[in-house]
Each structure stands twice: as structure tokens, then as C-alpha cells.
Design a protein around this ligand. Structure first.
Ligand code: ADP
Ligand code: MG
Length: 404
């Protein structure tokens, strides 16, 4: 059995024209003798009738008091509508198709509603349906608990549904179809001439995804890496095969890429910098600050500790809670909201001197101040004011010659 998993994102399903392309991709896979499992997201983006964000707005105007368990019931609806729509269109074309919910597809999760983790997949029913000659459509982003409650996997969760099904079915490949030509050196919404990457390693793209490149969810990449299943990120609107994500050995075999110094630039907006200054003679400041953040379950990043105090970042949406927790400890934090984290990512930068100097130079030339910086062996991050984010991404992209 040669199985292909094809995942189609929201914009790939939102118009009749896009759905016609989806059907062509499914037909092309069948023509290549694949057994096809299709994972679908909810159709469209915020404001469109069946998009998940539209459903959330609906509840916000109807009591706005839905418990998280029932919230997941609601959030599963968009994918159900997508799956039924695609099933109808495929059958109309004479392609036999059956649609399954996450639960019917055997996807079992824990009960962390809204951000559930897949615990196991029992794909027996999918195998049976494939054997009977069906295209099997599975609703992305969802599973069920041991008690058969609906759960959802968090933003970008359909990508994880796809790679987890790929792993469970021992698929030959997982294709993530989206509205861009593949993984690019930066978000094309910010950098117009960002360059598509032919091949990237799981770790390179996982890194980029964690640092804000939303084209694929990092958890989905981790699952694929674990199962060693190749993933292609490609456009619904063309027949090009996009970016291949695979392991370094397979990359060497393709011989198509030289070691890259810099892979790309990623960004995360809506970040608040928090600075807490230590009074003379206070030695336990960091411990108190980070214990307070842990107690509030606020994730912190970009941590710099020095004798004069502590500087770190949180998401804007958690800043008010973080501030209140610090004030209740008798501290006087200073906050800069609306910052952005801009990252330069590249497995090849390890041990190469001068990258930080190049970054500082590029930003200084563009009149952009750096609020904070940090590095690891594959990434250098800088924190900038939000209004400078797009220009910082563009300046770094230019300086490292990443354009087409
Ligand atoms: P889907 O609904 O298909 O899952 P997403 O919106 O989740 O689509 O992901 C596709 C989007 O990711 C693109 O439209 C693009 O703006 C954005 N993106 C961010 N960083 C990158 C990058 N490095 N390469 C490609 N796309 C990126
Ligand atoms: Mg997505």
C-alpha cells in the first residue's frame, strides 16, 4: 500500500476555484496509484462564514461564557463542514470518498481542551476504507478524549493531524498544501522577494516555525521528524512540488543544497519587554520573579539576568497578568508593550564569526534600535519596537542576500 496524506489549509478550501484545485491534486495522487488520505482545515479566515475565528466571534456575542470542553465542540464545526463539502464535490466527480471526524479516524488525545496533545492513533477504520477504494477525508485539528469528548489541538493543529496520521499510516509522504509556493526565506507578506527553499531539514524548519514562521506548525514537524516521514510544503494553486522537509542524510543524497549559512528570517509580533530592577542588597530577585511567572503559568522568553536586575519578555496578551503578579510582590516593573522578536536562523552559523556584527550593522543602517538580543548555535534573536518589525526583517533579509 502506497499512502499519501494531503492536508489542505483554510485558504485552499475557501473558494470554488480553490476547491477545484484541491480536487485536481487529489486526482493527480490517485493517478499516481496512491491511496489518499485528505486532512482538511476549516474553510477561510476570520469573517468568512465557517472559519473557526468566525465561530469564536459568534459565541462572544452569545453569552461569551462557554466552558473549554464545549468550546472544543464548537471549534470542531468548521472542519466538519469542510470535510462534508469536499466529500460531496469528490463524489460528484465520480471519486468515491468517505469523511471521518478526528474521533472516527481513531485520533485519541488528552483532555487539555483547546490545546490537546495526540496520545495515540488507531487507524483501523482508515485502512478499511482505503482498502475499499475510498479517498478518506479526515477533519484536521481535532481528536477525542478517552471519554469521547471532542478536543482541538491548538492553532495550526491540522498540520499536526496530517503528520501524525502520516506516521500512524506509514505514509510515503505528507503534503501540506497552502497559499504560498513553499517555505520561503521570510514571510512573503513582509518580504516580497523572499526566496522559496527547495529542501530543508526537519530541525531547520522546526526552528523557524518555533520562531514565528507560521507556514507549518512546529509540533507537526517534530512528529514527522520522529517518524522520519518526508513532508512537502506546497501551493494548492500550482503543480510545483514546493519545499521538501526531510532528514540531513536524505538532503545530502539529493545533492541539491550546499550548507547554508543562513536559512531565513522569522518574526513574532505582540511581545512585551519587562524590566525589574533590583534594589541594593536584594539577591533573590530572579528567583521571586520567575517563581511568580511560573505560578501564573506565563511563559517567559529572552531572559537576561544581571546584577542590576532582570529583563525578559512575555506575549502582550499576558503582560497585564505578569505586571499584576510582580506588583503584588512589591516590585515596580517597567513594561514596553508591542515589541517584536526578529530571528536570523541558520544551522551553518555555528562558530562563524561576525554574524552578530552584520546584524547590528544592518539594523543600525536602517535606524532601528535593538532593545535586547540573544543567541544559540543556530539562531540570533533581536527584540525591536513593533513599528520597526517589518523593516528589520527586510533589512536583515537584504543584508544576508536571501532574496531570489
Ligand atoms: P494554511 O491555512 O494553509 O494553514 P497558514 O496561514 O497557516 O495557511 O500558513 C501560510 C502562511 O504562512 C503564508 O500565507 C505566509 O504568509 C505565512 N508565512 C510565514 N512565514 C513564512 C515563510 N517563511 N515561508 C512561507 N510562508 C510563511
Ligand atoms: Mg496553517
Amino acid at each position: 500500500m502506497k499512502i499519501l496524506v494531503q492536508k489542505f489549509g483554510g485558504t485552499s478550501l475557501s473558494t470554488a476555484e480553490a476547491r477545484a484545485h484541491v480536487i485536481e491534486h487529489i486526482q493527480a495522487a490517485l493517478n499516481q496509484s496512491y491511496q489518499v488520505v485528505v486532512v482538511v482545515s476549516a474553510m477561510g479566515r476570520k469573517g468568512e462564514p465557517y472559519a473557526t475565528d468566525t465561530l469564536l466571534d459568534w459565541i462572544a456575542s452569545n453569552g461569551d461564557s462557554l466552558p473549554s470542553r464545549e468550546m472544543d465542540m464548537l471549534m470542531c464545526c468548521g472542519e466538519l463542514i469542510s470535510a462534508a463539502t469536499l466529500c460531496s464535490l469528490l463524489n460528484e466527480q465520480g471519486i468515491r470518498a468517505t469523511a471521518l471526524t478526528g474521533a472516527q479516524a481513531g485520533i485519541r488525545t488528552n483532555d487539555d481542551f483547546g490545546n490537546a496533545q495526540i496520545e495515540s492513533i488507531q487507524p483501523k477504520r482508515i485502512f478499511e476504507l482505503l482498502k475499499q477504494g475510498n479517498v478518506v477525508i479526515v477533519t484536521g485539528f481535532q481528536g477525542e478524549t478517552a471519554q469521547h469528548d471532542f478536543t482541538t489541538l491548538g492553532r495550526g493543529g491540522s498540520d499536526t493531524s496530517a503528520t501524525a496520521l502520516g506516521a500512524a499510516l506509514k505514509a510515503e509522504m505528507v503534503d501540506i498544501f497552502t497559499d504560498v509556493s513553499g517555505i520561503l526565506t521570510a514571510d512573503p507578506r513582509i518580504v516580497e522577494d523572499a526566496k522559496p527553499l527547495d529542501v530543508v531539514s526537519y530541525t531547520e524548519i522546526c526552528n523557524m516555525a518555533h520562531l514565528g514562521a507560521k507556514v507549518i506548525h512546529p509540533r507537526a514537524v517534530e512528529v514527522a521528524m520522529h517518524a522520519n516521514i518526508p513532508v512537502r510544503v506546497r501551493s494548492t494553486f500550482s503543480t510545483e512540488t514546493g519545499t521538501l522537509v526531510t532528514n540531513p542524510t536524505a538532503i545530502k543524497e539529493t545533492g541539491s543544497v550546499q550548507d547554508r549559512l543562513i536559512t531565513g528570517i522569522a518574526h513574532v509580533p505582540a511581545i512585551t519587554q519587562i524590566r525589574v530592577t533590583a534594589d541594593d542588597g536584594v539577591f533573590d530577585l530572579q528567583l521571586r520573579v520567575f517563581k511568580a511567572m511560573a505560578k501564573e503559568k506565563i511563559s517567559v522568553d529572552f531572559i537576561n539576568v544581571n546584577p542590576s536586575g532582570v529583563v525578559y519578555t512575555v506575549y502582550d496578551k499576558e503582560a497585564a497578568r505578569a505586571e499584576a503578579a510582580l506588583v503584588s510582590l512589591g516590585l515596580s516593573p517597567q513594561l514596553i508593550p508591542g515589541c517584536a522578536k526578529v530571528s536570523v536562523i541558520g544551522g551553518g552559523m555555528n562558530g562563524v564569526p561576525g554574524i552578530m556584527a552584520t546584524i547590528v550593522e544592518a539594523l543600525t543602517d536602517a535606524d532601528i534600535g535593538i532593545l535586547q538580543s540573544a543567541d544559540s548555535n543556530t539562531t540570533i534573536w533581536v527584540l525591536v519596537q513593533g513599528e520597526n518589525m517589518a523593516e528589520a526583517v527586510r533589512a536583515l533579509h537584504r543584508r544576508f542576500n536571501l532574496h531570489r
